[in-house]
Ligand binder design. Structure first.
Ligand code: UD1
Ligand code: CA
Length: 469
């Protein structure tokens, strides 16, 4: 986008609606598509188009939208949702004095697949052709629900009619209004001030300004979308699922074709848009890879593994496990049935086996935690072995404490390490111990009752369990 167009344009994203058909406490634009709230995707596209000033019209549960987008945008509150025209007018009024040159890009917050190129294109062309108002349309095989593009007998654009107000003839029109526009700000503001709400929905339609512009002989631009996929919107949960399905299919396709990833069953693999996966990694069915997850080359993931915002090194293997905000080193072997919680860092070639939970802990290279352990708030060195069922007792009922375990340590099975406590390099802990004091390196610590054996106790008590003859 040229500097002049970019600097003279203010973006307005409409996001005040509840989205009644979603039947949700969450504003519609906060529902996630491809792992990101729709409003985030739309804002991303606006930002990447180059437009710097962005106003978001909020209303229904505005605090949720504000908390998510933060202070990178300006907000205008539309207290009563009286329609898209009213939403834009509210925004323009809040902007105060606007110069005669200012242009406004309006985009709906519920069209998450809109691309920055499309935003640039309508802004550039609208500016270059000195249009007072411009819109984009698409020709859809199933136009139901969209506003229709109405033309006169010579094919000239004369206005938009909403689905609910359309006559039978108009319902047959397949050209639809997409929900992205560019306007001369000053003219738009006066046109919006004259809108009426005498329609089926009793709303002030932004789309009505087009007929009024055409009627008063203003120059209006009408541009076809290059890619109908960008018009896919979300109005209810079934459409949300359909859109996510499309994105998952595309993501798996791109990973297989462009990145050399083997995906055994793409229909049963759910990968968010921003996830990265390296070459020759194999993803088994049932995996959910979310957020900023990055997986290196030659890894084996799944079946049935969920990884959120985690980094997995090359050649690692993670089977039937849940991994959130964790780092898994190269060649590490995790699961089946492991739970790696936030703050877990596994260095290279660590083994974490079945029913092991790790939280806020660093585990050194080559260390093994093969079965049934809890390691929380701990630092573990290299080549240590933590036996079956050994756990850190990190919580005293009020506060969390850290456990430090050195390198080449052997923690016997079913031991309890009561934090804060340190086991130094090369020490051994006898199995079944409850360790409450620091253990020096190279030492053996035994902290359990000595075994007592009472000879012939069973028969003396008359409790012999001999087989019946
Ligand atoms: C709108 C268009 C329709 C177009 C379709 C494309 C109008 C009158 N109709 O219909 O021509 O084909 O989008 O998807 O514009 N919003 C507000 N405040 C309001 C009302 C809506 O901020 O008072 C926001 C919503 O949060 C949403 C966007 O505007 O993000 C569009 O509103 P929605 O009710 O979904 O419009 P459609 O009925 O889909
Ligand atoms: Ca809509």
């Amino acid at each position: 986008m040229s500097d002049a167009v970019r600097d003279g344009t203010i973006a307005v994203i409409l996001a005040a609606g509840q989205g009644k058909r979603m039947k949700s406490d969450l504003p519609k634009v906060m529902h996630k598509v491809g792992g990101m709230p729709m409003i985030g995707m739309v804002y991303d596209a606006v930002k990447r188009s180059g437009i710097r000033r962005c106003v978001v019209v909020v209303g229904y549960r505005e605090e949720v939208v504000r908390a998510y987008l933060g202070d990178q945008v300006e907000y205008v509150v539309q207290t009563e949702r009286l329609g898209t025209g009213h939403a834009v007018l509210t925004a323009l009024r809040a902007l105060g004095d606007i110069s005669g040159q200012t242009r406004v890009l309006v985009v709906h917050g519920d069209m998450p697949l809109i691309r920055p190129e499309t935003i640039s294109r309508i802004c550039e062309q609208s500016g270059a052709n000195a249009e007072r108002a411009s819109l984009m349309y698409a020709d859809l095989p199933n136009p139901f629900g969209f506003g229709r593009i109405v033309r006169d007998s010579e094919g000239r654009f004369i206005g938009i009619v909403e689905q609910k107000d359309a006559s039978e003839d108009e319902e047959r029109i397949t050209e639809v209004n997409v929900g992205i526009y560019c306007f001369d700000a000053v003219l738009l503001r006066s046109a919006l001030g004259m809108l009426r709400s005498d329609n089926r929905q009793g709303e002030f339609y932004l789309t009505d300004v087009f007929a009024s512009f055409v009627g008063s002989g203003r120059h209006v631009g009408v541009y076809p979308m290059q890619n109908n996929r960008e018009c896919l919107g979300v109005n209810d949960r079934a459409e949300l699922a359909a859109l996510n399905r499309t994105l998952w299919d595309e993501k798996c396709g791109a990973l297989m074709r462009d990145s050399g990833v083997t995906i055994i069953d793409p229909q049963n693999t759910y990968i968010d848009q921003n996830v990265k996966v390296g070459r020759d990694t194999v993803i088994y069915p049932g995996c959910v890879l979310e957020g900023g997850t990055e997986i290196g080359e030659g890894a084996l993931i799944g079946p049935y593994t969920r990884s959120a915002d985690s980094v997995v090194g090359a050649g690692a293997k993670i089977e039937n496990s849940v991994v959130t905000q964790a780092a898994v080193g190269e060649g590490a072997n995790v699961g089946p049935f492991a739970y790696l919680r936030p703050g877990t860092v596994l260095r290279a070639n660590v083994k974490v086996g079945d029913f092991v939970e790790i939280k806020n802990a660093t585990v050194g290279e080559g260390t093994k935690i093969p079965h049934l352990s809890y390691v929380g708030d701990a630092d573990v060195g290299d080549n240590t072995n933590i036996g079956c069922g050994a756990i850190t007792c990190n919580y005293d009922g009020r506060e969390k404490h850290r456990t430090t375990i050195g390198s080449n340590v052997f923690i016997g099975s079913n031991s309890n390490l009561v934090a804060p406590v340190t086991v130094m390099d090369g020490a051994y802990i006898a199995s079944g111990s409850t360790i409450t004091e620091d253990v020096p390196g190279d030492a053996l610590a035994i902290a359990r009752e000595r075994q007592v054996v009472k000879d012939h106790w069973v028969s003396k008590k008359g409790l012999t369990r001999a087989p019946k003859t």
